[in-house]
Design a protein around this ligand. Structure first.
Ligand code: LIP
Length: 296
């Protein structure tokens, strides 16, 4: 271990997992009670995200409430841990360091949430020495919690999960995002990717919350997902789940996955990931932070 680096034991990781599962159970209730009430009304538009698409710019009071609940709960147990939260630190957050850092999206799929659609999740990843060691994607309204601890496999509601292993796009259910309300360049690129897949894939779905879309590849509920334009908090929880479920996680350029690059390809197999790399057209999005982070 290099100077300044941090050591966590298996027992620590188990303890962290217990704590975060308890907390997301509580925030799941907050989300469930808010949906369909004034708690899921849009209260603000994130100006810096206008142009990226309507789903990127939306905010509700429940996003803020859930993030506060998670961060306060974790801080009370682990006062020396650090946090990157979509709603608190956002784009201008500090650079990821070696300290244990919880990377949190309180409600991923806020657009679904404001439309009372049940496909919403809370995504949490924990890095230590800039490596992901734990991931949780909790979908309270469909009663699924996807979890992984580094080296210990991936699970859904406590049962072991594996990717489908599908190798060929012709047999694959692909997940992509359709950025309604985005600028012309972003929409045109999405249309090119969509057209390729309509000509070549077995099926295409656009459920919405990036973290859940990613976790679903781990669970074998779809075969590949790609997107350029999401953030570290959309990717941290799910990518370790896919890796631990035996899947492939790459950057959108086909290189090693970089948590701060705003993009990811996750697939059920290396072969399928390579096929995505060949056709994918990319919208150039500014990085979350300058320094690359290869967390897997
Ligand atoms: C959203 C993701 C969505 C992505 C949006 C946005 P939020 O997260 O779920 O997949 O396309 O850009 O990041 O804002 O609902 O947490």
């Amino acid at each position: 271990m290099m100077a300044g680096q941090h050591n966590v034991s298996d027992a620590d990781l188990e303890h962290f997992m217990e704590t975060i599962l308890e907390l997301v159970k509580e925030t799941g209730e907050i989300i469930a009670n808010a949906i369909g009430t004034s708690g899921n009304m849009e209260i603000d538009e994130k100006e810096q995200n206008i142009g990226e698409g309507n789903a990127s710019a939306i905010l509700t009071e429940t996003d803020l409430k859930v993030e506060k609940h998670l961060i306060n709960g974790l801080k009370s147990k682990y006062p020396d841990h650090q946090f990157i939260g979509e709603e608190s630190t956002g784009d201008s957050g500090p650079e990821l360091g070696d300290s244990p850092t919880w990377i949190i999206d309180p409600i991923d799929g806020t657009m679904n949430f404001v439309h009372s659609n049940p496909l919403v999740c809370t995504s949490v990843g924990l890095t230590v020495n800039k490596k992901l060691v734990l991931g949780v994607v909790h979908c309270p309204l469909i009663d699924k919690v996807y979890t992984a601890i580094k080296g210990k496999g991936a699970f859904c509601n406590g049962k072991s999960i594996k990717t489908s292993g599908v190798k060929d796009i012709g047999k694959a259910m692909m997940i992509m995002e359709l950025p309604a309300g985005a600028n012309k360049e972003k929409k045109d690129i999405a249309m090119e990717n969509l057209k390729y897949m309509m000509d070549n894939a077995h099926a295409i779905r656009c459920p919405g919350p990036a973290a859940m879309d990613i976790a679903w590849i781990g669970a074998g509920s779809a075969d590949a997902y790609f997107h350029q334009g999401i953030h570290s908090w959309d990717m941290a929880g799910g990518t370790i789940i896919v890796k631990e479920a035996g899947g492939t996680v790459l950057g959108t350029d086909g290189g090693e996955f970089d948590l701060m690059s705003r993009g990811v390809i996750v697939a059920a197999s290396n072969e399928l990931a390579s096929q995505v790399v060949k056709f994918i057209k990319l919208y150039p999005s500014p990085r979350d932070q300058f320094t690359p982070v290869h967390p897997l």
